[in-house]
Design a protein around this ligand. Structure first.
Ligand code: URA
Length: 241
């Protein structure tokens, strides 16, 4: 990695905006390899220098990983000319990280959405070959029953003939059910339930792998994932892979 301006490096790490950082640095709050640096334009080696803010070391991270509680009514794409996207919901300092959603949730689906700038991670989470389970809570018309459970176990054939992998349907005796799938075909959960005559009214993703949605997040809220969280998504995952 080439040398980079100190204010640019800290802004790319999501510490604060470039403007705020210029002030923070000039006030002497940032040290590079133990020495106070007051020039925002000072060049530093992002990977080798130890940079700290108010005494706390800021780790250089090439890749970043977050979970969002995606609200209904927002697109899970990186940009759209007319409609609000999940990236529009991020705090300003995180918008510079080059994050994108890991797979898609429909506009009217809420719940756990992973955001990262690590393409390999995203690919592995999405690929059915990785076997990462995605679990949803669905409110439907009608009451899913044992026949539906068995149809899911066999593998639902969608209205257009598309064959789905075997999946899990948990019923509650009411019009709420839980669906676990390993693939992410277009509108898959809605189409699977529709194929059983149980159209979806509301859909919310609860987990990806063993990582569950942090229900303390406000709608649209984000939190960074720890190494432990990431291993719940992909058990063999290590940051820096
Ligand atoms: N399946 C759907 O039908 N919609 C989603 O948003 C996710 C899975």
């Amino acid at each position: 990695m080439s040398q980079m301006r100190l204010d640019k490096l800290l802004s790319e790490l999501g510490v604060a905006s470039r403007k705020e950082l210029r002030d923070i640095i000039r006030r002497g709050r940032v040290r590079v390899d133990g020495a106070v640096v007051t020039a925002p334009e000072q060049k530093v080696d992002a990977e080798r220098s130890e940079v700290s803010l108010d005494g706390e070391v800021i780790r250089w991270q090439r890749f970043r990983y977050f979970m969002m509680d995606k609200p209904e009514g927002v697109l899970s794409v990186t940009e759209d000319r007319r409609q609000q996207t999940v990236l529009d919901l991020l705090p300003e300092e995180l918008r510079r990280l080059g994050l994108f959603p890991v797979g898609r949730l429909d506009k009217d689906t809420s719940g756990l959405l992973l955001l990262t700038n690590d393409g390999d991670f995203a690919h592995r989470v999405i690929s059915p070959k990785s076997g990462v389970e995605k679990r949803y809570r669905a409110e439907v018309e009608g009451v899913p029953d044992e026949r539906d459970v068995r149809a899911f176990e066999r593998g639902i054939v969608l209205a257009d003939g598309t064959e789905c992998l075997p999946a899990k349907l948990e019923t509650t005796g009411e019009s709420v059910c839980f669906v676990t799938v390993m693939e992410g075909k277009y509108h898959q959960v809605k189409r699977m339930l529709a194929a059983c005559g149980k159209p979806v009214v509301h859909l919310r993703r609860l987990s990806v792998g063993a990582l569950t949605l942090d229900e303390s997040l406000a709608p649209g809220g984000v939190r960074e994932l720890s190494q432990e969280d990431l291993c719940k998504v992909l058990s063999d995952f290590a940051i820096g892979n």
